[in-house]
Write a protein that binds this ligand. Structure first.
Ligand code: NAG
Ligand code: NAG
Ligand code: NAG
Ligand code: NAG
Ligand code: NAG
Length: 831
């Protein structure tokens, strides 16, 4: 804290009043341009800086520099203070603590005004016998609005023929006779009166003096000895009240009827306005109603004029007593924005200073200021002899829009109330409230398949601000199929909803007010789509195909029958899944969704089942779907080949020895009730009796038995061929054996076989002949595949070997490095 501030604080602490020498004084010169720096508050006080009154000067808020704001004419600013300083006062509010700094700005004069004579011609009558040295008052003085030397006027005469001189004594100006006058020689003297001011570049004015020398016999008026020279005007007087009666006589005239009274031109403008002088009677009266707060004193110079005479003069001092004001009053200097004495404040402003209250004590009563108890949230703090009215917390328009702050003026002990003063404060709304929804979460159920545009619910948000700031408009964010009415907040579904697509929507509703910028509130609206049984059960395929072996055991699973339903709950529950046809050896197990066999199936009886299945859900009404189902019964090698020809093991055929080789003798015909390979029959001769080389051969496919070679003598007699008839069933073929008996005889008699030979077929039958090229091809493909596999494995092995080898080499190389480094280390000497 520097010395100046310390002094200031001590001063305030001791007196609580601002003394004139504690004022900050700045000096400027009149007629300056705007923007000329006058001084600065910054060395003494801290920012921010603010002025209560922004006339004439401007204060930089941050630097504290004071500048002229406009051209100041000292003579306009202080018309009455012709002498002395021309000043104006202002108050600065500085620092964050709102310190009050009273300031005085002195406007210094420049010589910008010329002296001015009111009249160009000044007539004056001088008696013929006026002795040398006699002085006559000259009331026609020049006026110069400037002050100090600039307004100080010196007079001299020009064209004076030595008869007259000028004497200047303070405000008095006199014409002095310097030579004997003689009316008969020269009646009129024409002189030039020159007024020059004291500026560094002096300015001057002239007036013509016409001095007429009059006859000696004349007597001139004189003020009487009892003519009053002082008068007291009590306070509160009305216009016309007599103040003083002047008396003057002229011996020649006897009567003073011819005497004309007049005020000097030199009296102040205020005096000229206040007082009226009757030229005939010499009565001074009040020209207006008067009421003054402080005592006033007016000096009135009065002349008594008579024709052909120099005027007589007197001076009357008039005191006006002040009105004794009974009670102290308060002067309000607004700091905050105000209109017609009403303070206008925006809500939510931090505590701010509203006005500076100055208590004006009267001579009879002193006062103190306080706030009414109910004047919350306002505070009044004495500071530097004044009082600071400020808000103690931010105002809330929504709580109260208008305040009446009552200031109580009471005596210093606070016991006697003098007066109350009410200051109105209007709070302006600021968009400080965001719209607020009545609920943060809304929930609504709606059945699917609704009508488009159906009403769902209404949301409501309130905004505590007024008018435009409180007007709420709604909108949806990611509304999807939903719409909201901008003004009413009614939410509707624009489209028909499908639960199976989406069963829940979480919408964000925004409410925005009309502020600039606007504020927003938010709520979540959950919309649950309720299920309606609008989806029938669905089979994955309209036609199921199953393949089942005829040998399938009962109750074993044939396949899965799945069915689904997009609905929810009972509507989506499959409660019925069955085969529509009666008495079929299949059924569906609903719990597991499996198709099972329930009876015997025999491909040889029915090789396929064309069925209908139906599925139904548990909704109301029930929805159902049917699908086709075809179950193919696959063959199982369950039938042995059946030999039809020869009809018996004992059948016999006689062959002529002349039968040519290669001719067909007979054939074996067998059938197999199975299908496919299971019924593909082959024939093979396993053994023959006699066991000699048999001249007969059998075609394995057709069963044709042909003679291979020409029959010779040793071939005569009975041949028994043991033939195996096999199907190609997998994995194990089924077979039948049959004896074919052939007798070679010329007689061609009907042969007869009594018994079949004793023969035990080997346990392992010779392999079946290769059926066709296809199978050999299959073998080839198998071998080729095997080869390729072997090659692949070889290549892989080779690759692995190469890789391992390389890795080993690398490792070796690394080892080598390590070894070498080790050597180097060993060579290094130890420290
Ligand atoms: C001077 O005054 C006399 C008497 O009042 C008058 O007759 C005369 O005309 C005046 N002269 C001028 C130049 O005004
Ligand atoms: C099962 O029923 C359907 C329709 O009634 C019919 O077309 C089909 O032939 C039936 N199948 C059997 C094996 O009865
Ligand atoms: C024919 O003989 C074979 C072998 O002894 C025998 O397995 C077969 O059942 C007999 N066929 C008939 C029809 O008696
Ligand atoms: C078997 O004999 C019949 C005539 O009985 C003949 O049509 C057929 O071609 C013969 N089959 C073979 C493979 O020789
Ligand atoms: C070799 C052979 O068996 N020949 C017979 C042909 O038929 C006649 C008549 O039945 C027989 O007497 C032969 O023995």
């Amino acid at each position: 804290m520097n010395w100046t501030i310390l002094q200031w604080v001590l001063l305030l602490a001791s007196t609580g009043q601002i003394h004139s020498h504690a004022l900050l004084r700045f000096i400027t010169v009149e007629e300056q341009e705007a923007g000329v720096k006058i001084g600065s508050l910054s060395p003494t006080y801290s920012a921010p800086y603010r002025l209560l009154d922004e006339r004439y000067v401007r204060l930089d808020e941050s630097t504290g520099d004071l500048f002229t704001k406009e051209r100041i004419d000292r003579e306009t600013l202080c018309p009455s203070h012709q002498d002395g300083e021309c000043t104006f006062s202002n108050t600065a509010v500085v620092s964050l603590n709102f310190e009050i700094v009273p300031m005085i700005i002195v406007v210094d004069d420049i010589n910008d005004n010329t002296p001015i004579f009111e009249r160009n011609e000044i007539p004056l009558h001088v008696p013929e016998d006026a002795s040398i040295g006699t002085a006559f008052p000259l009331d026609d003085q020049a006026q110069d609005k400037d002050t100090g030397d600039n307004g100080l006027i010196r007079y001299h005469l020009e064209d004076s023929d030595g008869f007259f001189g000028i004497r200047q004594d303070g405000h008095e100006l006199e014409l002095v006779v310097q030579r004997e006058l003689d009316r008969e020689t020269q009646e009129n003297h024409f002189l030039v009166l020159v007024a020059v001011d004291g500026g560094s570049v002096p300015l001057s004015a002239t007036a013509h003096l016409n001095v007429t020398v009059t006859d000696v016999d004349d007597n001139c008026p004189e003020f009487d000895a009892d003519s009053p020279i002082t008068a007291i005007v009590p306070a509160l007087r009305v216009k016309g009240t007599a103040v003083a009666q002047l008396k003057a006589t002229d011996k020649d005239l006897g009567q003073n009827a011819q005497i004309a009274f007049s005020f000097s031109r030199q009296i102040t403008d205020k005096a000229k306005a206040l007082f009226h002088l009757d030229g005939h009677t010499g009565l001074i009266s009040l020209a207006v109603d008067t009421q003054v707060d402080s005592p006033e004193e007016h000096m009135l110079k009065v002349f008594a004029n008579s024709p052909l005479c120099p005027p007589a003069q007197t001076q009357v001092t008039i005191y006006i007593q002040p009105v004794m004001s009974q009670e102290p009053s308060v002067k309000i200097k607004f700091v905050a924005e105000h209109k017609n004495q009403v303070i206008v404040l925006q809500e939510n402003e931090p505590p701010t200073i509203l006005a500076l209250l100055e208590l004006e004590d009267t001579s009879t009563a002193k006062g103190t200021l306080s706030l009414d108890k109910n004047s919350m949230p306002f505070s009044l703090k004495p500071q530097a002899g004044s009082y600071l009215l400020s808000t103690s917390k931010p105002l809330d328009f929504e709580m109260c829009g208008e305040y009446e702050v009552t200031v109580i003026i009471s005596d210093p002990h606070g016991t006697r109330l003098h007066r109350r003063e009410v200051i109105k404060v209007l709070v302006e709304d600021v968009n400080d409230n965001a719209p607020k929804f009545e609920q943060t979460r809304y929930e609504k159920d709606i059945k699917e398949n609704n009508e488009p545009g159906v009403f769902l619910l209404r949301v409501q948000a309130n905004d505590a601000d007024s008018q435009q700031f409180g007007k709420v408009r709604y909108r949806l964010k990611n509304g999807g199929p939903f719409r909201i009415h901008e003004e009413t907040g009614v939410i509707s579904a624009a489209e028909s909803l499908d639960r199976e697509q989406q069963e829940k929507y979480d919408l964000t509703v925004l409410a925005r007010d009309g502020g600039e910028p606007s504020l927003e509130g938010l709520a979540i609206v959950s919309i649950n789509i309720l299920d309606v049984n609008d989806n029938p059960p669905v089979f994955p395929t309209p036609h199921f195909y199953f393949f089942v072996f005829e040998s399938i055991p009962q109750l074993s699973q044939v396949g899965k029958v799945t069915v689904s339903d997009a609905d929810e709950g009972d509507n989506g529950q499959i409660v019925d899944l069955r085969i529509l046809n009666d008495s079929v050896p299949f059924a569906i197990d609903l719990a597991q969704g499996s198709l099972r066999s329930t009876g015997e199936v025999d491909r040889e009886k029915q090789d396929r089942y064309e069925l209908l299945v139906v599925a139904a859900d548990g909704g109301s009404p029930v929805l159902s779907t049917t699908a086709k189902m075809t179950i193919f019964i696959e063959d199982v090698n369950d039938n042995h080949p059946q030999v039809l020809l020869p009809s018996s093991n004992l059948s016999c055929l006689t062959i002529s020895p002349a039968t040519r080789a290669g001719s067909m003798i007979t054939k074996i015909f067998a059938i197999d009730e199975d299908s496919g390979m299971n019924s593909d029959i082959t024939y093979q001769i396993i053994a023959s009796k006699p066991a000699l080389h048999s001249p007969f051969q059998i075609d394995e496919h057709s069963g044709n038995i042909t003679l291979v070679q020409h029959l010779r003598g040793e071939d005569y007699g009975m041949h028994h061929l043991f033939i195996v008839v096999r199907d190609r069933g997998k994995p194990d073929p089924l077979q039948t054996t049959v004896w074919v008996n052939l007798q070679v005889n010329e007689t061609l008699e009907k042969c007869h076989v009594n018994a079949i030979p004793e023969y035990t077929p080997p346990r392992l039958l010779p392999p079946m002949p290769v059926q066709d090229r296809c199978e050999s091809n299959a073998g080839l493909i198998f071998y080729c595949g095997l080869c390729l596999m072997v090659i692949s494995v070889c290549v892989l092995l080779a690759a692995v070997v190469v890789f391992m080898k390389r890795k080993n080499t690398k490792r070796k190389a690394e080892k080598k490095n390590v070894w070498e480094t080790g050597n180097l280390c060993e060579l290094k000497p130890l420290n």
